[in-house]
Write a protein that binds this ligand. Sequence first.
Ligand SMILES: Cc1ncc(COP(=O)(O)O)c(C=O)c1O
Ligand SMILES: N[C@@H](CCSC[C@H](N)C(=O)O)C(=O)O
Length: 440
Amino acid sequence: MDPNGIPNGIGKAMKHLDLDGHELPPSPAPSSPSAGRKYALATELVYTESNDQFNSSSTPIYQSATFKGGPGQEYDYTRSGNPTRSHLERHLAKIMNANRALVVSSGMGACDVITRILKPGDEVVTGNDLYGGTNRLLTYLKENGGIIVHHVDTTTLESVQGVLMEKTAMVLLETPTNPLIKVADVAGIASAAHAANPSAIVAVDNTMLSPYLANPLDLGADVVYESGTKYLSGHHDVMAGVIGVNNVALGEKFYFMINSTGCGLAPFDSWLLLRGIKTLSVRMEKQQANAMAIAQFLESHGFKVRYPGLKSHPQYALHWSQARGAGAVLSFETGSIALSERIVEATRLFGISVSFGCVNSLISMPCRMSHASIDPATRKERALPEDIIRLCVGIEDLTDLVDDLSQALVRAGAVRLTENGFEALEHHSAGRTTQVVDEP
Ligand SMILES: Cc1ncc(COP(=O)(O)O)c(C=O)c1O
Ligand SMILES: N[C@@H](CCSC[C@H](N)C(=O)O)C(=O)O
């Protein structure tokens, strides 16, 4: 019996509506979405309201596929809705500055849900540097779904404008891009896209920054999505995808797809993601401080480093006009694939692994790993350097990380000794570039 004397909590659920008119779960109730931030983001990340019947401090996991009761109740079947998932979605809506958030089984699941609104003949404008999996899905839609996909350099508004037209149904942006760390002007591109077609959907993949560092909906995007597998969860123990929107009808369309295809995030995974989100601010602050120091270390030794925290980044000012931090992913080049391979294999603390956003530091060669699904000819056409190394910096002690990287550079033979220490074999510094001579 609930306090209203109605069995199964149904009456209690029916009494409460959230801002969008959705009924709240019987227990726990979520914190209010999109009601304006009462606290700083770091506080909002850990703060959730709950009316759990036992005052549980941690959101209970409703590990149940079905819910008993009759028609009209808030929950009947976990594919359609689950209290733990709802709690997470409402919490995320708040921190993403979204009217509604939806969570699915992976970042690619989120991208799939979003692109399912496309129809044959629709045009999509996207970047020429893009996560390999996103590129793979768009290529599938191009080859099998009758969708026209334009890959352009999203760092310049003009190249995007050059392909925008009335038939542009979607603009899909990454900023910074994975792995070349290119920055796109979200506000500029969103207004150009909406001018070309007022109903075009501008979707931003916010995986590299997370809601802690950027809120693309505030810049004019219609949809923000990200891989919750990365910073939001932070420990590489769960796969998840997150979608945020302000438009109620668009939110309903995405919910329809999620319920129809059955990709909603499972209760336990929702709980893991909810737990991860609580430490997002401390993890991200430490990770990006470490990343900044490592980017400076590599650049000062002559490597060509791509990181938006460095003043040498070609879009430094643009990045900082739309983000609150530089994130913790950087890439650098060595001038030789074999040299890059030796560096990657010589690190100990930086684990060789795909993905990023984890508390542990990772190292990878995107062309061999995360972006291997992009064929070599396309990689060449898009100027994706085969020797590029991506570092995803974690929360370890900075001195240990720098020592690990230094010993790897020396053991791999990537540096030559100088009076002041060492410098990259292919040395990039103001006014001069020396080349790697021997390709082993
Ligand atoms: C930028 C970006 N977007 C989306 C995804 C897809 O996320 P997931 O692996 O959770 O499907 C990834 C990585 O996988 C990514 O790096
Ligand atoms: N085998 C996977 C590779 C996943 S890459 C994950 C992540 N986005 C990254 O950039 O490292 C696949 O083919 O999808």
